[in-house]
Design a protein. Structure first.
Length: 324
């Protein structure tokens, strides 16, 4: 690895770490300065009272009698040791709740991401290169239809057709991979739309470039031109957008997991917000921010491997250096 590439990687990793730290700090103090001390309110909630002994332990654990900055430094210290705190409603460790929910969300998000990539590629290729104008126009309109249709409506329609009418998938029981298909399709339709739009524009633009005619004159097959050259040159904007859609997958899981009764991170977030379970909210938001930042970081570091013409940052010459 060259010196410029090494400095670029170090700088991007440092920026990612700074963003993660700022996100945790911002969320912590936002939750802390909410009026009425939400942690103490939840512990002393008359509708769900905790025994005095347990309440005293939680109050002492969260150091609510200390200033905000002291609470923050103690919370960061616990976090660095893998201690994410305890749920105010269940009393269980937050890390255990998240570890229990992650497999459900990971299965849903990874399936939806893979499906959205395949769907966006199919739509873009048919919209750009189909020999029939009607097919091109129809597939070009699909991303706009997907974007304008709310995810919760798609989920309800899929449930009505495949669960309640046909009975192919249970709306309550966990049936393994079969239970992932409908929520994955619900998320993938929304996520694939902007990627397909960017790919369609990129494919058409690059297919009209002079290098395509040069390749044709050399006898290169049209399929090779499209998949090996045109698609590769069109992948950079789509890759950027793909990294950003991870946030949309995580945000969409809140609605999708609620509709399909999946007990993942989205369902855990919905419960925590409804019950004002502050430690769970803080942990989930910090985790989502960390995942999003890391995905963007990996996406940035992949650019030079996809297109070698993309070089790492180089410091410009100062005027006195330019003149010798």
């Amino acid at each position: 690895m060259s010196t410029h590439a090494r400095s670029y990687v170090i700088r991007r990793v440092a920026q990612a770490a700074a963003v993660i730290a700022l996100a945790y700090t911002f969320v912590f103090f936002i939750l802390f300065i909410l009026p009425g001390d939400p942690i103490r309110q939840q512990i002393e909630n008359p509708q769900n009272p905790l025994p005095q002994a347990e309440a005293s332990i939680l109050l002492a654990y969260y150091n609510l009698d200390k200033p905000a900055f002291t609470q923050f430094t103690l919370a960061v210290g616990r976090l660095l040791h893998g201690d994410w705190g305890y749920s105010l409603t269940t009393g269980k460790p937050v890390a255990a709740l998240i570890a229990q929910a992650i497999p459900q969300t990971l299965a849903l998000a990874s399936s939806a991401l893979l499906l959205s990539i395949l769907l966006s590629l199919l739509i873009a290729l048919l919209a750009a290169f189909s020999p029939w104008p009607t097919v091109r126009a129809w597939f070009e309109a699909l991303p706009g239809i997907f974007l304008s249709t709310p995810s919760f409506l798609v989920g309800v329609i899929l449930l009505q057709i495949f669960s309640f009418t046909l009975g192919w998938v249970s709306s309550i029981r966990d049936e393994g991979f079969k239970s992932v298909i409908l929520p994955a399709v619900t998320l993938a339709l929304a996520v694939s739309a902007p990627i397909a739009q960017v790919l369609i524009q990129g494919l058409r633009k690059n297919h009209a470039e002079p290098f395509v005619n040069i390749l044709r004159s050399k006898g290169v097959r049209e399929s090779t031109i499209i998949f090996r050259h045109v698609l590769k040159n069109s992948a950079i904007p789509a890759l950027t957008l793909l990294g950003l859609t991870v946030g949309e997958l995580l945000a969409g899981s809140v609605v999708t997991e609620t509709i399909f009764s999946r007990t993942g991170i989205g369902f855990l977030t919905q419960q925590a917000v409804r019950e004002q379970d502050t430690p769970v909210i803080l942990a989930v938001v910090s985790l989502v921010a960390t995942v999003f930042v890391l995905i963007v970081l990996v996406t940035d570091l992949l650019y030079p491997f996809i297109d070698p013409r993309i070089t790492t940052y180089r410091r410009p010459l100062r005027p006195e250096s330019a003149h010798g």
